[in-house]
Design a protein around this ligand. Sequence first.
Ligand code: SF4
Length: 419
Amino acid sequence: MSSELEVPTTEYRLPTTLPTTDYGLRTTDYGDEPPDSPTLAEAARRWSSAYVHIPFCARRCPYCDFAVVASDEAGGLDTGRYVDGLIVEIGMEPDPSAVDAINFGGGTPTRLRPDDLARIVGAIESRIGIADGAEISIEANPEDWTIAFARDLREVGFNRVSFGVQSFDPVVLAALGRVHSSRDAERAFDAARRAGFTNVSIDLIYGTPEESDESWRRTVARAIALEPAHLSAYALTVEGGTALSRAVLDGAPGPDPDDQADRYEYLDDALRSAGFVRYEVSNWARPGYSCRYNLSTWMMGEFSAFGTGAHDHRGGVRARNIRRLDTYLDRIESGVRPRAGSECLGEFESERERFMVGLRLASGVAPGSIGGPFVTSDEGHRLLDAAVIDVRDGRVVVLKPLLTDLVARSVLSVSADDC
Ligand code: SF4
């Protein structure tokens, strides 16, 4: 089939190849680009990043299905052995190239001591390399965070922290099984700032059944009052196999999608009024503070990942690690990469994934070979006519972010023969 687009108006005419301009951006020199800038997004395609998974948590939150072990579960306190394993795994990286961003996620990375975190950063530096000005970010739970800890992390080289605040309402925090208070969150935020972190992010969860409109408004107001550089917000979801899903199956109320949509729109309006820019469905930033690691992964940049259950993407191969802590450690200690599986993405699958994930960005996504057939398909026309998507400056943009998953699913109707 021809790649030439047959579109009804020039308004929807798309380039069929990706831009090849060298935007000349490095991670250190894009500070003036707005978070939703297409230029910034395309630069992120060329960034390389690393993810380090720290699976330890004080206890398991009822809604969580991540690869974690709680302190009262087998291996839940074996942090030193795990750090040793991570360092061995980093040493096994077959194709090292200096990273522009590192993200420590979990689990709860702040369960590790600063000297253990320093050993891991040091291993990445010596095996892979860290670009000048790279973002080195850590996810933190407020209850672990003190000013001394924050200063130690600055010494290690961390320059971004993302606090799992979730809510400022004690009723909601209790329902989510969180052990910190709203005051803990404010104290942690203040300690981060006093230790020299300017790039501080807050994570919120909306739509817990125990949350009211008024409770959400207060949470949003308190989050904005802290003046974070960045904010992420996710709807509470009921994942199979969690304590929350068992409770809902037993008759407890679950999240209400209409309430969640209202909360999302309230948050988006409030953040825009406060000077934030939404640059992805669930992420807002002040200019200069979009998360480089996230941008890099959404733009299908190359990323390595280490630790239990971690996923990486390098050279067209997507791979995932073993989730179980004991099996992961056994494998590493036998000198074997702890892979659970990998898949080599073909050209069409890779391009389709790039396009589907890119739809999450407010900057839109360059059409490549998929965008044209999608926009000109019957489903594409329906979405255009309903003002769910648009084509702006040659990029496909989702105008109604809450419908992004629906739009992405529609892309699956495009086959390789259409491109
Ligand atoms: S702290 Fe985070 S990673 Fe750990 S159990 Fe709770 S939600 Fe999951």
